[in-house]
Design a protein around this ligand. Structure first.
Ligand code: SF4
Ligand code: SF4
Ligand code: SF4
Ligand code: FES
Length: 892
């Protein structure tokens, strides 16, 4: 310890601490401008000067380390005078626009000037007017207000590792700028807003804020877009959300930074197209009605179908965007209210193939360690994932591990993604060859006995069977399928085995690829062999996919993955829910649509999902739903599916209700009701309790808090979850009792006693022809940073939908040249059954023979309709997003 005196008080700090660190611990205020606890120390502004009395030196306290015996004054006349001069110099080149500056009283420069008693600067004024040039809908730069603290550049380099901006020019002309001083929208900027949050002045600001004012109140919440579940603060003025910021103070959440969706894409809350009242169909048209009329109709019609055709003529489709409490109530409504296990959630594109593939030892599909633990890894394998687009927080962690911890990144992706510059090795298999490449790795690890022997012996079963199954998968086959030489495969497998600790990041490119099941089995087996189970990250794309699964919005599991086939379990639920429960597996989402088409399912209740837009083969879905006798849709918007409903129940958004979400890390976090519900809309949980009452269920005068009490009494790994605890901290599952602080590292305490097993490797799985002889192109459909799920919310964000930097069909320039095409050409894509016309853009990051269609809010084209209905036997396994197509030029 180092002992010093600060402002007459003796104190001891740890070795390496700065004067500022210790002063903060002692609650002694020192002003700062360029310092931020999330960034490396910098020492640029000198506002934090303090005086060391023995030497007489003025020291920048944010960078000056403690030294034994120092005597520090933080407020001596000399210190205050030096600080005043520094701030006056800054103000001399600052425009006098404070009265109209949007930063208002959040400007740290103005606040410090005020504290130092500085009004107008008495120095010669030399403002540096630069003006703003951006046309993007997210960020505005007025660098005349820049004080060159460098925080934006450091946030860009250190927190999100994008490298979009750096210093430009020198001396008085110096300023943060993009490469060649382009506008942000023409640069590498991803509009994450990390630089805006951290800027102490009004130089960087959010564009088109809903109300140009300072929020009156702030509510803790969670970003509702992806499975990273970033903690946010919703700033509210009156009844409206006017600002969104990362929760920078609470270390229990995933991160102090967001991505563009979480930061600037939540304006859908205030969209003019929000449903404000329930609707009911009369004489063929949906018209506004009272809640009584809408709810009575739902209860009556669902009951009528149940009585007339039996409970399994009803089906319930829930949502990974709704809260845990709502998904729990929804499945309870299906099972206890209407007597059917026909309950599922989400759409076949965005769900994880869980829990069927990921057993309890792998967290039923959740990450096995917090995202932050990626930064501990020395070797990172990323397969089939493009986290920059689908899980940006994971991408920040990967890049930080490479840049600051020296981790080796091994990237397996046929497409050039933004992670490529960070990769030590970019393995670029043929599209469809990823599974064989992974099996090649498994083969080398087995042949050369490189697996984690002690770990595998203790934790994993079935090594002998795996060896036998791997017989046909030799390196010659891996080379042939993937197009990657066998020596490269061997070398990379050895490299992977030699890095420790390792992290394994897996994305939908694997399970939605050409051989989805094979790829997934290979990836899981490889992870188990290498002990990557400790840092295993399947990237789910939905905010509460994990929670919806945990809550039993599944056709074959009760809440907590408990089986109805276990008599003791089902009796416990029957006792708790006050009546008999169904005793057979229900229908998956796809089976519901199929049985609706066959007239077996007669009534459907869809909460927060839009199958007409988010399922493959829209015409088939539309036709099936059109045959229903009754369809109720509960949503924020009049979606394509809602337009077909008899009753539309207008639901509140995440910002307007209480509840919990469980992110991909298994972290349960609380949503607070920050804004007033739009119009007469009601929270989903409230609507469900009303329907439950009308279904003849026990009265459910309840609240999300009470629902969580019921969940924790029935689901062992939620037993320690309670609102009173969540108000103070998030809890990572399993959380087995009220004293349990949660389980950030799953393998340290598996969900259930017992071992994880190696998975069977399917023998000959092909979702399409192995050699696409007749169709020279493979079309890949994928998500983008500016889009989420079926697009219900992101397409209603005015900002996200205005920004579509690279929409349209993309093709490798060499392929385009060979076909006589260029950027902007119109081309027809045809499959055996359908054809569609698209505008082409060129993308050198694509391999020859591969087309990519990014889903985006602005994409008018319904490219998803080209994808065929999945074959029978796929169960809940996600549908493939790869398709063989013919390409033809359309003459303009
Ligand atoms: S733009 Fe803001 S954060 Fe960046 S250097 Fe200028 S004042 Fe600092
Ligand atoms: S918005 Fe994000 S990516 Fe863009 S310059 Fe700022 S920190 Fe960098
Ligand atoms: S979309 Fe995902 S990464 Fe982006 S802010 Fe939301 S939770 Fe975080
Ligand atoms: S805050 Fe210490 S030098 Fe800027």
């Amino acid at each position: 310890m180092v002992t010093v005196t600060i402002d007459g008080r003796e104190a001891s700090g740890r070795e390496g601490m700065t004067i500022l660190d210790l002063a903060e611990e002692m609650k002694i205020p020192i002003p700062t401008l360029c310092h931020d606890s999330h960034l490396a120390s910098y020492g640029a502004c000198r506002v934090c000067l303090v005086e060391e009395e023995k030497s007489g030196a003025l020291l920048a306290s944010c960078v000056a380390p403690l030294s034994p015996g120092m005597v520090i004054r933080t407020d001596s006349p000399r210190v205050l005078e030096a600080r005043r001069m520094i701030v006056k110099l800054m103000l001399a080149s600052h425009p006098e626009s404070c009265l109209v500056c949007e930063k208002g009283n959040r400007c740290q420069l103005r606040q410090i000037a005020l504290d130092l008693g500085i009004g107008l600067s008495d120095l010669y004024r030399l403002p540096n007017y630069s003006g703003t040039q951006e046309v993007n809908p997210f960020i505005k730069r007025d660098l005349s207000k820049c004080i060159l603290c460098g925080k934006c550049i450091r946030a860009d380099h250190e927190l999100v590792v994008e490298g979009a901006i750096d210093y430009f020019h020198r001396g008085f002309d110096a300023r943060p700028a993009t490469l060649h001083d382009q506008a942000l929208e023409s640069s590498e900027c991803t509009f994450c807003g990390a630089c805006v949050d951290i800027c102490p002045t009004g130089a960087l600001s959010e564009r088109d804020r809903p109300l140009q004012s300072t929020p009156g109140a702030s509510f803790s919440s969670v970003c509702p877009y992806c499975g990273c579940g970033c903690k946010i603060f919703l700033g509210v003025n009156g009844e409206r959300v006017v600002a969104v910021n990362p929760d920078r103070e609470d270390g229990s959440g995933p991160s102090p930074v967001l991505c563009v969706k979480g930061h600037y894409g939540l304006d859908f809350i205030d969209s003019a197209s929000r449903l404000r009242t329930p609707l009911i169909r009369k004489e063929g048209r949906l018209v506004e009605c009272s809640w009584e009329e809408a709810l009575d109709c739902v209860g009556r019609e669902m009951k009528r179908i149940q009585d007339r055709y039996g409970p399994d003529a009803l089906a319930f489709l829930g949502s990974p965007q709704c809260t845990n409490e709502e998904n729990y109530l929804f499945q309870k409504l299906a099972r206890a209210g209407f007597g059917t296990n026909n309950i599922d959630h989400g759409n076949p594109f965005n769900t994880l193939p869980a829990p069927d593939f990921f057993g309890p030892g792998l967290g039923w599909g959740a990450m096995t360690s917090p995202l932050a633990a990626i930064e501990e890894a020395k070797g990172i394998l990323v397969v089939g994932a493009n986290p920059e687009e689908t899980a940006p927080l994971a991408a920040y962690k990967i890049k930080r591990a490479v840049r600051f911890q020296g981790a080796n990144l091994y990237l397996v992706d046929p497409r050039r993604t933004r992670l490529v510059p960070f990769a030590r090795d970019w393995l670029r298999p043929r599209l469809g060859g990823e599974a064989s490449l992974l099996l090649g790795f498994v083969r080398v690890i087995l042949d050369e006995e490189l697996w984690e022997k002690e770990w595998v012996e203790r934790n994993v079963e079935g090594l002998k069977a795996l060896r036998e199954e791997m017989e046909p998968w030799d390196l010659a086959r891996a080379e042939r399928d993937s197009g990657i030489g066998r020596e490269v495969i061997r070398g990379r497998a050895r490299d992977l085995a030699s890095c420790w600790p390792r992290a394994f990041i897996l994305g939908n490119g694997i399970w939605q690829g050409v051989r989805g099941r094979t790829g997934l089995a290979a990836a899981i087996n490889l992870a188990l062999l290498l002990g990557c189970q400790r840092r295993f990250y399947p990237l789910g794309m939905e905010s509460n996919g994990q929670g919806a699964r945990d809550m039993g919005a599944l056709p074959h599991f009760l809440p907590g993955y408990q089986s109805w086939e276990d008599e003791e379990t089902i009796k416990r639920f029957e006792k708790a829910w006050g009546g008999p429960l169904p005793r057979k597996n229900g229908l998956s989402a796809r089976q519901m649509v199929r049985e609706a088409a066959e007239g077996k399912v007669r009534g459907m209740y869809i909460m927060g999902e839009n199958p007409v837009r988010s399922f493959p083969d829209a015409s088939r879905v539309r036709e099936a739903l059109g045959k229903l006798e009754f369809l109720a849709v509960q949503d924020l918007f009049l979606t394509e599916t809602a337009q077909m409903a008899r009753v539309v129940l207008s639901a509140s958004s995440f910002a307007e209700k209480e509840g919990t979400l469980t992110n991909g890390e298994r972290r349960v976090q609380l949503l607070r009701a920050a804004a007033q519900p739009a119009g007469q809309s009601l929270p989903d949980w409230k609507i469900l309790t009303e329907v439950f009452r009308r279904a003849g269920g026990a009265p459910l005068e309840t609240s999300p808090r009470e629902v969580m009490e019921e969940i924790s009494s029935l689901v062992p790994f939620y037993r320690g979850v309670a609102y009173a605890r969540l108000e103070k901290m998030s809890l990572i599952l399993p959380c087995g009792d009220p004293q349990d602080e949660g389980t950030p590292r799953l393998p340290e305490r598996a969900f259930q006693a017992g071992k994880q097993s190696f998975l069977r490797v399917p023998e000959n799985e092909f979702r399409m022809a192995e050699d696409p002889a007749g169709a020279p192109f493979r079309l890949l459909v994928g998500s983008t940073l500016y889009h989420s799920g079926g697009g219900t919310r992101s397409s209603r964000s005015a900002r996200l939908s205005r920004f579509d930097p690279r929409g349209g069909l993309r093709m490798n320039p060499g392929d385009a040249l060979a076909l006589g095409l260029e950027g902007g050409s119109r081309v027809k894509l045809s499959t055996e059954k359908k054809e569609m016309v698209f505008r082409l853009s060129l993308d050198a990051g694509l391999p020859p023979g591969v087309l990519f269609f990014p889903l985006s809010p602005a994409a008018e084209e319904r490219v998803i309709d080209l994808l065929p209905w999945p074959s029978e036997g796929e169960g809940r396994f996600p549908v493939s997003t790869v398709l063989e197509v013919q390409v033809e030029r359309i003459k303009e």
